[in-house]
Design a protein around this ligand. Structure first.
Ligand SMILES: Cc1cc2nc3c(=O)[nH]c(=O)nc-3n(C[C@H](O)[C@H](O)[C@H](O)COP(=O)(O)OP(=O)(O)OC[C@H]3O[C@@H](n4cnc5c(N)ncnc54)[C@H](O)[C@@H]3O)c2cc1C
Ligand code: SF4
Length: 247
C-alpha cells in the first residue's frame, strides 16, 4: 500500500480482512472496510482478495445450481443454452454483479490498474463492467489486476447498506453505497440489481427523489434472486433515502 500521485494504491492481492489494519484506509475510506467486512464470513475474508472481489462472477438463482438441476430445468445463455430462463425467453443475461466492495469503491471514484499484453493502464473501476451477464467484464483473459486506487483528500462522507437474508454469510441482494465529497459531489453505486454497477452522479443540493428515481430506473433487476424484483427495487428507495438523509 502506498501513495501515488494523490491516490492510495492498494495491491490487488490485499485480503479483505486485512484492509482494516491500515490507518490510511480507516481514516480516509472507512466505507471500504465496512464493505469488505460485509463479504461472506471471516474465513472467506482472510483469503479473499480485493482484486478478486471486484472481479467475482455474476450470480443468478437459475445459474448457480447443480448440473442435475440445470439438466431438468434447461440450460440458459450463461451455461450452454440459447435463452434466459429467468425471464422466460429473453436473449440477454441479467445475472447480477454481487461484489460488495465494487459499489463502495466506485462511489469513491476508485480506479483499477491492469496489466495485459498491451502493457499497464488505469481505468475507472465502473468502466470494466459491460452490463452483459454472460461476459460481465471487458478485461482480456490475459489481464492481471495489479491494484485499486482511491483518490486521497476528498473528505468523503459515506453511507453503505447491504440487503441479505442472513447477516452471517450471504451474497448481496442489493448493496448501496453513497459518497459525498468536500466539493459537494455525490455519487451513488449499487450492486446486486443489475449485471453491472448502477451509478448515479449528482450534487449535494440535488433533489434526493430525483437521484433515487434515476437509480431505480437504471437497475435492470429481474426475478433471479432470493428476494423479488419488486422488493429489491423498493429497497433501493429505502436505502438511498436513509443514506441521503444521513449525509
Ligand atoms: C460461501 C461464499 C460466500 C461469498 N459471499 C460473498 C459476499 O457476501 N460478497 C461478495 O462480494 N462476494 C462473496 N463471495 C465471492 C468471493 O469469495 C469474493 O468475492 C472474494 O472476494 C473473491 O476474491 P478471491 O481473491 O477469492 O478471488 P477469486 O474467487 O479467486 O477470483 C475471482 C475471479 O477473479 C479472477 N482474479 C482474481 N484475482 C485476479 C487478479 N489480480 N487479476 C486478474 N484476475 C483475477 C479469478 O480468475 C476469478 O475469475 C462469496 C463466496 C463464497 C464461496
Ligand atoms: S439471467 Fe437468465 S441467462 Fe443469465 S444466468 Fe440467469 S437464467 Fe441464465
Amino acid at each position: 500500500m502506498k501513495e501515488v500521485g494523490g491516490f492510495l494504491r492498494i495491491g490487488a492481492l490485499e485480503p479483505l480482512e486485512s484492509l482494516k489494519q491500515y490507518e490510511e484506509i480507516r481514516t480516509e475510506f472507512p466505507m471500504l472496510i465496512e464493505a469488505a467486512l460485509s463479504v461472506g464470513a471471516p474465513l472467506l475474508r482472510k483469503t479473499a482478495t480485493l482484486g478478486g472481489n471486484v472481479l467475482c462472477e455474476n450470480r443468478c438463482l437459475y445459474y448457480n445450481q447443480s448440473e442435475w438441476w440445470r439438466e431438468s430445468v434447461g440450460y440458459c445463455l450463461k451455461c450452454d443454452g440459447d435463452i434466459c430462463i429467468a425471464t422466460q425467453g429473453k436473449k440477454a443475461c441479467f445475472s447480477e454483479l454481487v461484489s460488495d466492495t465494487a459499489p463502495a469503491l466506485i462511489a469513491m471514484d476508485a480506479e483499477i490498474e491492469v496489466i495485459d499484453l498491451d502493457g499497464a493502464r488505469r481505468v475507472k473501476l465502473e468502466d470494466i463492467y459491460t452490463g452483459d451477464g454472460v461476459k460481465p467484464r471487458n478485461l482480456p483473459e490475459t489481464a492481471i489486476v495489479t491494484a485499486i486506487l482511491l483518490p486521497l483528500d476528498r473528505g468523503f462522507s459515506t453511507s453503505y447498506f447491504k440487503l441479505r437474508q442472513r447477516e452471517s454469510l450471504e451474497f448481496t441482494s442489493l448493496t448501496a453505497a453513497i459518497a459525498l465529497d468536500k466539493t459537494g459531489k455525490l455519487k451513488i453505486a449499487l450492486s446486486g440489481v443489475d449485471p453491472k454497477p448502477v451509478v448515479v452522479v449528482g450534487k449535494k443540493d440535488d433533489d434526493p427523489e430525483g437521484l433515487i428515481k434515476k437509480a431505480i430506473k437504471g437497475a435492470r433487476a429481474i426475478d433471479n434472486d432470493m428476494y423479488t424484483r419488486k422488493y429489491r427495487r423498493e429497497m433501493i428507495g429505502v436505502y438511498l433515502r436513509r443514506g441521503l438523509e444521513k449525509l
